[in-house]
Design a protein around this ligand. Structure first.
Ligand code: NI
Ligand code: MN
Length: 226
């Protein structure tokens, strides 16, 4: 089945597969780089890696408007439900099944609170299996050895990795992350949205190529077929 991965910008992606539309970390309103129109696309599932505003984004209003279910770590899912969203609270390591495949929440090393300051549980990375294609969305994290576990256990095909530094790992660490994850392709994310995370993305691409890993540099709103 054809699957399309669209980079909304920052850490936000839209994955279209068959009749399903999956939003990940939908930071759209207030995102200077996002042009995605949630009303024009079919949205059936929403995933949020952690509670920070640049990841939770529009998840709650979109869920309320579309009845799409937010899958998130337990504490964050509870917060979303209190705000009127449809949500499913999960935790690390469980294989959550969907009509299009499955998702496993895995550790990320970061922090997680809601925009109004409440503890939002642990931050996560998410390993998607979408009709057999395994996509690792790192969320916000530093380089960490759980990526080696992910490679051994889940064998991801493609990784979406933060490269912007300051709040997450930088481009150099992301090259190491790609090697540890054993992926053949990397889409960089979480850079150039704000000044604090400005990044020379051509330099990152060159370093990946030197390691025989394909850089997939997507401009905001661009997409690829998987
Ligand atoms: Ni964050
Ligand atoms: Mn962030």
């Amino acid at each position: 089945m054809a699957t399309k991965l669209q980079y909304i910008s920052h850490s936000a992606f839209y994955i279209k597969t068959g009749d399903f539309g999956i939003l990940v970390d939908p930071f759209i309103s207030g995102n200077p780089k996002a042009e995605f129109d949630v009303k024009k696309e079919k949205i059936t599932d929403i995933f949020v890696t952690h509670g920070h505003a640049d990841h939770l984004g529009d998840a709650i209003p979109v869920s309320r408007g579309t009845q799409a279910v937010i899958t998130a770590i337990f504490e964050l899912a509870n917060y979303c439900m209190e705000k009127g969203a449809f949500a499913k609270g999960v935790n690390f390591g469980g294989k959550i099944e969907y009509p299009w495949g499955s998702a496993v929440f895995l550790p990320a090393f970061h922090s997680s609170s809601t925009p109004d300051g409440r503890y939002a549980g642990m931050p996560a990375s998410i390993l998607f299996d979408i009709n057999g294609t395994k996509i690792y969305h790192a969320g916000d994290t530093c380089l960490n050895s759980e990526m080696k576990v992910c490679a051994e256990v889940y064998k991801p095909d493609i990784a979406l990795l933060p490269v912007g530094s300051f709040y997450t790992m930088d481009a150099d660490s992301a090259v190491t992350a790609a090697k540890w994850l054993g992926v053949k392709k990397v889409v960089p994310m979480h850079y150039n949205t704000f000044d604090a995370i400005s990044t020379d993305i051509d330099f990152f691409a060159k370093k990946l190529e030197q390691n025989n890993i394909e850089p997939i540099i997507l401009k905001p709103s661009e997409s690829i077929e998987l």
